[in-house]
Design a protein around this ligand. Sequence first.
Ligand SMILES: *Cc1c(COP(=O)(O)O)cnc(C)c1O
Length: 423
Amino acid sequence: MKKEWGLGTRSVQGGYEPKAGEPRVLPLYQSTTYKYDDVDQVARLFDLEENGHMYSRISNPTVAALEEKVNMLEGGVGALATSSGQAASTLALLNICGAGSHVIAISTLYGGTYNLFAVTLKKIGIEVTFVDPELSAEEIEKHFCVNTRAIFTESIGNPGLNVLDFEKFAQIAKAKDVPLIVDNTFPTPYLCRPFEHGANIVIHSTTKYIDGHASSVGGIIVDGGNFNWNTGKYPEITEPDPSYHGLSYTETFGDAAYIVKARVTLMRDYGSCMSPFNAYLTNIGLETLHLRMERHSENTLKLAEFLEKHENVAWVNYPGLENHPSYALAQKYLPKGASGVLTFGVKGGYEAGKKFMNSLKLAALVVHVADVRSSVLHPASMTHRQLTEEQQIACGITPDLIRVSVGIEDIEDIIKDFDQALK
Ligand SMILES: *Cc1c(COP(=O)(O)O)cnc(C)c1O
């Protein structure tokens, strides 16, 4: 029955099923540890022969319920919650990469992911080649080497708002026998389910729409269970692991090998786990995902259409608009809506952009996207101010660019606020 549940029902009820007399609402298990009566049982838990919670760095019942809910929404075989979206990206790669590995990533990634790949992973010997996502499959395949372990992409780019050509990237991943990893933060599984389009691993910053209320930083990795690791290229997953008495993850855990390994080795060793309290809050936020994503998308399209016609607006970028270069891809992969972020330019450049932002009353100036409250960011004077104008333009940031995260307030009030500030 649960497999047939719609995405809204999964958001509301997935991941937690109380038995008679148990709390109706997912409880907050604020406990680091778990009690056992029998020494042999604890030994079996340590040897991964039996399932159960031992210590909250590895697993916790509140966190586990959130993991199962997101897993159900994405349609995967298992999920691992992390302390942030950055931790999810890091662990997703470290699970199959080490010094000497190579990764292909699209060049339009979120800035935090770009830094992680270009600077920090490089320091530990993982090389990342950034490719323009507009290149043909043939041109992208030229960048593969014998040690290429994964392709890392985003379903909607931040802040470019380009929509991923899933078909092209899934074909490349298949041809090259590497997993396709998709950061699905902006659409969420309500608007886009990457496993249905050939992705193998999905990651999220749950800080954004999954929580949706800007209350908790977090991340999650979901395993599609649809990649064949048995090609000789991923010995850390298929060969005996000495830290678990020579167990092979693919032999013992089958389709869920990747995500079990991430938990029992990387979460054990690096410890970047989600706190039970953040999982508790994130789960409450997630209960309304389907309602919020509909309203975010609807409001953003209406605001984009209003801005397009405004005399003080130079340009508008939203994949839900027919003139957007990603419009056809958005229709194909985001049929229920193109999510809640748009960018636009104010006529008059940098100074006009600053004046506009200072004049807003409803939308707040914050370094964040994807919560119920409308907010704006001016990258040229805020997040990207250390870069020269040429460097900013190379990142797709013009002096007049304003990024808007459209909330779920009444659209009439949002439009009124933008109109008065533009005037
Ligand atoms: C915010 C964000 C991240 C990083 O997530 P944190 O929770 O802030 O660590 C990764 N990818 C995308 C697309 C994001 O928007």
